[in-house]
Write a protein that binds this ligand. Structure first.
Ligand SMILES: NC(=O)c1ccc[n+]([C@@H]2O[C@H](COP(=O)([O-])OP(=O)(O)OC[C@H]3O[C@@H](n4cnc5c(N)ncnc54)[C@H](OP(=O)(O)O)[C@@H]3O)[C@@H](O)[C@H]2O)c1
Length: 304
């Protein structure tokens, strides 16, 4: 498995196991998490809210049964989303982490992300929370999710720890992070910048971009799309390149995300062992530049 240096600091697998669907998986946690380890995935992404806390609990029970694994894996979790509001207050961050630690059956979290920007955020309060967590040895590294560059800069006016990651939605059809950059100075819809040059900013700052929903929550046919036939040309292209590279379409879609030089970490959500194997195989495929662009165009994007 290819490696990434999270925030230019922490070695992690290029593919991470997202744990949002763990509590509802058909397979046992032992089978799902054991499969991830078998294919070289050492990074597990959580949030306090996944399954209302059940995903962390299921994972924690598995970890309690395999305590020797704790030092070999990287556990990331998130906080800040509440029922109907966002909360980056010191009190909430500290209590959320304590609850995650209890559920995960561990005394430290490797990476803590602020899940979604809280516009009522006070950088000083976040800084105090991070300092308290770091001093207590409860959190090793800090990052954000769904943040734009200015929001990260605002946090950094008080937060002293490096921001190691920003987790953002990114998949072939949901690739606005780079589409606006490909359409600079144009007046088409693709030129509209929705994220403040997050892709370029993260590369400049050495902050790892973590791609959530890299298969659009169901391989470009799923619930986020709502229309099974929305991307026939993309699926045809993935089938074609799968045959060409001797791989599965799933592996090609994973390889497409990993091919970008931003050193993206792919947060995969599949909890089906066969599919997890196919996704892991994508880390070994290096798409040519022309093929990479062909897949992008097959999702309906035009180059200016
Ligand atoms: N930061 C955020 O705001 C945020 C938001 C959402 C998610 N996340 C993180 O990102 C992770 C991944 O999100 P996700 O689960 O929505 O992403 P995903 O990997 O795009 O989607 C996985 C889902 O798609 C299904 N699927 C169907 N066909 C597939 C195929 N050919 N290849 C891969 N999956 C296929 C999977 O089913 P099977 O299980 O049967 O394979 C699974 O239900 C989550 O676990 C979570 O850790 C973060």
């Amino acid at each position: 498995m290819k490696q990434r240096l999270l925030g230019n600091t922490l070695p992690v697998s290029a593919i991470a196991q997202g744990c949002m669907r763990l509590a509802d998986a058909k397979e046992t946690p032992d089978r799902v998490l054991g499969t991830a380890l078998e294919y070289g995935i050492n990074f597990f992404d959580h949030a306090d809210i996944y399954g209302g806390g059940r995903c962390e609990s299921v994972f924690g029970d598995w970890l309690a049964a395999h305590p020797s694994l704790r030092e070999k894996i990287v556990i990331q979790t998130k906080c800040g989303i509440c029922d109907g509001y966002y909360d980056f207050s010191k009190e909430h961050i500290l209590s959320s982490v304590d609850a995650s630690l209890r559920r995960l059956h561990t005394d430290y979290i490797d990476v803590l992300l602020l899940h979604r920007p809280d516009t009522l955020m006070e950088p000083q309060e976040v800084a105090e929370a991070f300092n308290t967590l770091e001093r207590a040895g409860k959190v090793r590294f800090f990052g954000v999710s769904n943040h734009n560059p200015m929001q990260i800069e605002l946090l950094k006016t008080a937060v002293l720890q490096p921001i190691v990651a920003d987790q953002l939605q990114f998949s072939i059809p949901e690739s606005g992070l780079m589409t606006s950059g490909l359409n600079v100075n144009m007046k088409n819809e693709e030129s509209v910048m929705h994220d403040g040059s997050a892709l370029e900013y993260l590369r400049l700052k050495g902050i790892t971009l973590q791609a959530w929903s890299p298969f659009q929550g169901g391989f470009f046919r799923g619930p986020f799309i709502g229309d099974t036939e929305r991307y026939p040309a993309l699926n045809e292209a993935l089938d074609k390149f799968a045959a060409q590279y001797g791989a599965t379409p799933t592996a090609i879609a994973a390889a497409w995300v990993l091919r970008h030089p931003a050193n993206i970490q792919l947060i995969s959500g599949s909890v089906s062992p066969q599919r997890m194997k196919e996704i892991a195989a994508g880390a070994d495929i290096e798409l040519s530049r022309a093929d990479w662009y062909a897949i992008y165009r097959a999702a309906g994007f035009r180059l200016p």
